[in-house]
Design a protein around this ligand. Structure first.
Ligand SMILES: NC(=O)c1ccc[n+]([C@@H]2O[C@H](COP(=O)([O-])OP(=O)(O)OC[C@H]3O[C@@H](n4cnc5c(N)ncnc54)[C@H](OP(=O)(O)O)[C@@H]3O)[C@@H](O)[C@H]2O)c1
Length: 228
């Protein structure tokens, strides 16, 4: 059974890219009570299966359908697919666009944008009227269901997000909470220059470290004199 999201009744969320990240996040959003349209995979059958498996309010659609009536859109495609998926999605003016996408090269070994810009900022340049927020890109897909299952426990893992649009950031923080993370506002969108390389560090720990890829992180403050 899906459960109502505690922060807003129901949002309509379009998933652009229904692979490891988009498929899992869309599933969790639907289980949290949101209406989800899965789009952009190489087979429509896969999109339909994903939607059915959520047992929530989810369906398969085209990128245009996913974006059209959405309150928020999740962009979860390879950097090299940006142009194609944005073209298919159509006008995203005024929409909250969350991106977990990282600007990786063809074989996913290097960031092709860094230091002086970020994938999220380059995306925002392409859709200047959209409310772009970088979120979810700093954790591996493998940890998402585990975090969702543990959402009622104390000490949720952190998840950094950044953006320039207050409404976009509010929506992002709510969805981050729905997935089971503690949202950490890292500031304006240009901070994605730091969060994107950080995502590669988390990926290194997940895929090259010991113990498996189900890795998340948690920031804590330790104030002097308060540990007694
Ligand atoms: N995976 C992670 O743990 C992770 C973590 C952090 C950030 N990211 C970033 O998140 C983004 C998405 O990563 P991902 O791992 O979810 O990628 P993925 O599993 O490869 O998913 C990408 C989606 O795009 C679809 N797609 C690719 N080419 C297509 C085409 N020509 N026509 C239609 N659909 C097409 C894929 O279709 P199919 O389903 O048919 O393959 C898939 O649904 C990337 O930018 C990545 O850097 C990933």
């Amino acid at each position: 059974m899906s459960e109502a999201s505690p922060w807003e009744s129901t949002m309509r969320i379009g998933i652009l890219g229904s692979g490891l990240m988009g498929g899992k996040l869309g599933t969790i959003f639907a289980r949290a009570g949101h209406e989800v349209v899965f789009s952009y995979a190489r087979s429509e059958k896969k999109l339909k299966k994903l939607a059915q498996a959520t047992k929530g309010k989810a369906r398969a659609g085209t990128p245009g359908e996913a974006a059209q009536n959405a309150d928020a859109v999740l962009l979860a495609v390879h950097w090299l697919r940006f142009d194609d998926v944005l073209k298919q999605a159509g006008d995203l003016s005024g929409k909250v666009v969350l991106t977990c996408s990282l600007p990786m090269n063809d074989d996913n070994t290097e960031l092709v944008v860094a230091h002086t810009s970020s994938g999220a900022e380059e995306l925002a340049k392409r859709i200047p009227k959209a409310r772009v927020v970088a979120a979810f890109g700093t954790v591996p897909s493998e940890v998402l269901f585990g975090v969702y299952e543990a959402r009622r426990k104390a000490n949720r893992p952190s998840l950094v997000y950044c953006g320039d649009d207050p409404r976009g950031k509010e929506v992002a923080a709510g969805l981050i909470r729905d997935v089971g993370f503690d949202p950490v506002d890292a500031g304006p969108l240009r901070i994605a220059r730091y969060t994107e390389p950080f995502a590669l560090l988390v990926g290194q720990l997940a895929y090259e470290g010991e113990g498996g890829p189900e890795v998340a992180y948690r920031f804590e403050r330790f104030l002097e004199g308060q540990s007694k």
